[in-house]
Design a protein around this ligand. Structure first.
Ligand code: NAG
Ligand code: NAG
Ligand code: NAG
Ligand code: NAG
Ligand code: NAG
Ligand code: NAG
Ligand code: NAG
Ligand code: NAG
Ligand code: ZN
Ligand code: ZN
Length: 505
């Protein structure tokens, strides 16, 4: 026994053994808001469709559980959770790459970049949203997405540009406030600046993505593909003429990163995110939730096969938290996946359609109900809406949430919160050494594991960041912002309780 552990220690200490026993490349794949119930939910639906009892692709990749609490609450948000994975520290909800004292901490992606790896962020939310932001930027509050965009590009990042490839939504945060599509507070044209000062190739058209030919073509780094102003579409609402799927983006990024690093001893770090499983959970939408989960599973399957062909690559995948408090079987002992088989759009998109039709014309209440039935309820697969339910729909704070809840009730499922929950989430992995992750871990420990596997040192990056006083001052709140931040987090909390559709993801 003693002999064996000594030998293991010697093997671990030898640089040669380290080189051959660690993967060259790492993929961190975050399914945002994907709790354990969500997996059963999607599997039951897939089994209904296929008339079988088979597993989902990710089922076989389960290794253990992740504990997710934030420093200020047991229920984390995406910002604190991303910071935990990326920087290996527990912090408060809303924090992007900073600790409780607003001090910046180095991330896996930044350390990888400084160490000669290629880096990429590929997501379906805005690229400036909390999860990708936590891997590559630093600021005291997640909503400062203009500042996050500045740092993503390299402008205002003390380490310069740390990202080589970006794919996702959120173009509005790159446009100057004088542009009607902008969501920036200032008139900086970051889209231009990225190209002129930082050599980014900034693209929006699906054809620009297709020209990468699954990653076997394309040379211009850094490269950004940002097809949408806001988030990319939910998978079921996606128009393939405009937007590729997450699976297509993931495989394109992998082939490209692999090609770029074939002659190098350093590989790549890729952050992938199925971002909108979470968004659907927040609005109690079983349709968006289901189809984004199925797409996450397709992407995981594709990544797994890619790793089979590239065994120098490892994958870790875990949600940041559960979302919505999904319950399968309400009121009792049954739920009906087949009810969810009708819808081919999310309630969000159908309600937008209904509002566009009804907003300018003066319809009678009877006409409105007929339109609501035809445009929203029937396409969702609800064919027997009662008068009371129509009344409740018009009284609801948020019609899309109401429609999602009505469909959920018909399917025998329910949601208990508009926010996240504290439940442990499932840890998945594939590839060299990931079997070492069997067990129950803090989210911070998962980050440390990936850091160590790539031979990175986050402390060195943290020291570099914290030595830049101008930067530290710029990303922290002043006295006024501190008060605002406190109030803001409190308001988010309260609006969640009031059921108002204005909450943090
Ligand atoms: C589902 O599979 C069972 C056998 O496992 C079979 O008896 C049944 O006919 C199938 N149903 C459909 C709709 O294909
Ligand atoms: C400090 O960070 C800023 C970005 O906020 C950067 O412009 C500046 O060059 C950095 N200073 C040093 C000394 O690295
Ligand atoms: C941009 O590319 C040019 C030409 O390849 C190079 O000289 C310059 O250093 C690059 N600038 C940055 C910020 O990487
Ligand atoms: C890798 O090396 C080969 C052979 O020298 C060369 O043809 C290829 O262009 C190199 N690839 C990159 C990405 O530098
Ligand atoms: C809408 O119709 C109602 C009754 O049918 C009428 O009282 C009201 O003035 C109309 N409003 C507009 C904006 O046309
Ligand atoms: C509507 O139909 C569903 C089946 O699709 C059924 O479970 C439900 O009880 C019905 N609801 C009402 C209010 O009739
Ligand atoms: C579903 O959950 C809500 C709380 O989100 C609760 O008010 C409602 O009673 C539940 N419905 C059923 C049928 O249990
Ligand atoms: C971290 O910094 C220390 C001290 O400056 C240095 O010896 C070490 O090589 C660095 N490690 C990495 C991985 O950069
Ligand atoms: Zn999240
Ligand atoms: Zn969320």
């Amino acid at each position: 026994m003693k002999l064996i552990s000594t030998l293991l220690l010697l093997a671990a200490a030898s640089p040669l053994a380290l080189a051959s026993s660690s993967p060259k490349n790492y993929i961190f794949f975050l399914p945002d808001g994907y709790g354990p119930a969500s997996e059963t939910f999607a599997r039951d639906f897939a089994n209904y469709k296929n008339n079988d009892t088979s597993k989902l692709p990710v089922d076989d990749l389960a290794l253990g559980y992740v504990r997710t609490f934030a420093s200020d609450t047991l229920v984390t948000d995406s910002a604190a959770a991303a910071t935990a994975y990326a920087c290996g520290i527990k912090t408060y909800n809303g924090a992007i790459g900073v600790d409780d004292n607003y001090m910046p901490y180095g991330s896996i992606l930044e350390a990888a970049k400084l160490d000669g790896y290629k880096t990429a962020l590929v997501v379906t939310s805005r690229i400036t949203h909390a999860s990708p932001a936590g891997f590559a930027t630093h600021t005291y509050y997640r909503d400062l997405e203009g500042d996050i965009a500045d740092q993503l590009v390299g402008y205002a990042h003390p380490l310069g540009r740390v990202v080589d490839i970006m794919m996702g939504g959120g173009r509005c945060f790159f446009l100057p406030s004088s542009d009607s599509d902008s969501c920036r507070d200032d008139d900086l044209n970051l889209w231009e600046l990225a190209q002129t000062d930082y050599n980014w190739t900034m693209t929006t058209a699906r054809e620009s993505f297709d020209e990468l030919r699954n990653g076997f073509s394309g040379d211009n780094l850094p490269f950004a593909f940002i097809p949408t102003l806001d988030h990319m579409a939910y998978e079921i609402d996606r128009d393939p003429i405009e937007e590729p799927s997450l699976t297509e983006m993931a495989i394109t990024a992998l082939n490209w990163l692999d090609r770029l690093t074939t002659n190098s001893t350093k590989g790549f770090f890729l952050f992938l995110e199925a971002s909108r499983i979470d968004h659907a959970g927040h609005v109690h939408d079983p349709v968006g939730h289901l189809h984004d989960i199925l797409e996450y599973n397709r992407a995981m399957e594709a990544v797994k096969q890619w790793i089979d062909e590239h065994p120098d690559t490892s994958l870790v995948s875990a949600a940041d938290h559960e979302c919505g408090g999904l319950t399968l079987g309400v009121p009792d002992y049954a739920w009906y996946p087949e009810i969810l088989d009708v819808a081919s759009s999310t309630p969000t998109v159908l309600v937008e359609k209904y509002e566009a039709v009804t907003e300018s014309k003066n319809f009678t209440q009877g006409q409105l109900e007929e339109l609501l039935d035809d445009i929203v309820f029937k396409p969702l697969g609800i064919f027997n809406v009662t008068d009371d339910e129509f009344d409740a729909a018009y009284a609801a704070d948020d019609l899309a949430i109401y429609a999602g809840e009505l469909l959920s009730a018909r399917a025998g499922i329910n949601w208990s919160t508009l926010g996240h929950t504290a439940v442990d989430i499932t840890l998945f992995g594939y590839g060299k050494n990931t079997e070492k992750l069997v067990g129950n871990y803090e989210n911070t420990e998962v980050g440390h594991f990936v850091t160590n596997q790539l031979g990175l040192n986050l402390k060195n990056v943290t020291a570099l960041l914290q030595a830049n006083e101008t930067f530290v001052k710029a990303i922290g709140p002043d006295a006024e912002s501190k008060k605002l931040l406190k109030r803001r987090l409190q308001e988010d909390h309260e609006s969640m309780h009031a059921g108002v559709h204005k909450h943090k993801h």
